[in-house]
Design a protein around this ligand. Structure first.
Ligand SMILES: [Fe+2]
Length: 289
């Protein structure tokens, strides 16, 4: 499969699994081809959640050892996609509107996070990893929101039948990425609420560029949401939870990102025979029970 076709497949799968109604979808600014000839045929991919210069060197070392690496796929944005990251976060405002916030309120809640991230981007050395792939001539793609969309749609389907918070944990324990996370010390956990509390109406915080703004979490119970199931939890949100009746389950960042990458790779491998070398926090599993 050509590099440009892998990139297109990422965008297509992202769109197919996007929680937003089709008319609101837009391109994914946190996803890009960062280095490499678009027509290069790819047989071997190294895939990581976080690719740093170290992973690029690991990829090169593997090549020196005789194993082929034609492409590195990073989940978290790098280079121009990292520079565009703040604009990808507008998706969270679209999602807040799906919960029921009006457009003005959604932006009011979301914009402070976008502005903070945008300011911090000016500190970042955002093209350093791209430089490393250029020097060693290893093609590089990053795929962020499209992959998170796959996690969102998979969990949305599988968590739906759960009645109690404990049932959600049981569902997660059957998913190999979360089982692995438990094995290496970070199982999904109930942060707010009890095992026997009713799930009620739930919201999955798995995509949107960035986690739910804490100001939105504060108001979500009033919007009819009883349970938030999230990848991770920022300190300000944790503070908000202390004063809220809303249930909160944290699934784990690396496990949730691994889930999205695995779902994507399983679909990609149905189209093209590729070898996958996992790295950078990514746990590769292809068997689902
Ligand atoms: Fe992530």
């Amino acid at each position: 499969m050509k590099l440009k076709d892998i990139y297109k497949f990422i965008l297509d799968e992202g769109e197919k699994n996007d929680p937003r109604p089709a008319k609101e979808r837009h391109k994914y600014p946190d996803t890009a081809v960062l280095h490499g000839d678009p027509d290069k045929i790819i047989y071997n991919i190294m895939v990581g959640i976080d690719i740093g210069a170290a992973e690029v060197i690991i990829g090169d070392r593997v090549r020196i050892g005789g194993k082929k690496i034609d492409l590195i796929l990073s989940h978290h944005p790098l280079g121009t996609a990292e520079a565009n990251y703040a604009s990808a976060m507008h998706m969270q405002a679209d999602l807040l509107q799906l919960i029921g916030f009006n457009g003005k309120m959604a932006d009011k809640l979301n914009n402070p996070d976008i502005e903070r991230i945008q300011r911090n981007l000016y500190l970042a050395n955002h093209n350093k990893v791209v430089d490393a792939t250029r020097i060693l001539n290893i093609p590089l793609i990053c795929a962020h929101t499209p992959i998170d969309n796959l996690t969102w749609s998979f969990l949305n389907k599988h968590v739906a039948p759960a009645e109690k918070l404990g049932d959600i944990i049981d569902v997660l324990r059957k998913i190999p990425e979360y089982r692995h996370a438990e094995k290496i010390g970070l199982p999904p956990a109930i942060i707010n609420g009890g095992q026997n509390d009713k799930v009620g109406k739930f919201w999955l915080d798995m995509t949107g560029g960035n986690p739910l703004p804490y100001g939105a979490v504060k108001k979500m119970k009033n919007m009819g949401i009883d349970t938030i199931i999230a990848m991770h939890l920022f300190e300000k949100t944790a503070e908000t939870l202390k004063r809220s009746e809303i249930n909160y389950i944290v699934c784990g960042h690396m496990a949730s990102d691994s889930l999205g990458l695995n779902l994507f790779l399983d679909r990609l491998l149905q189209r093209s025979k590729l070898s996958v070398t996992p790295c950078g926090g990514f746990h590769r599993v292809s068997e689902r029970i």
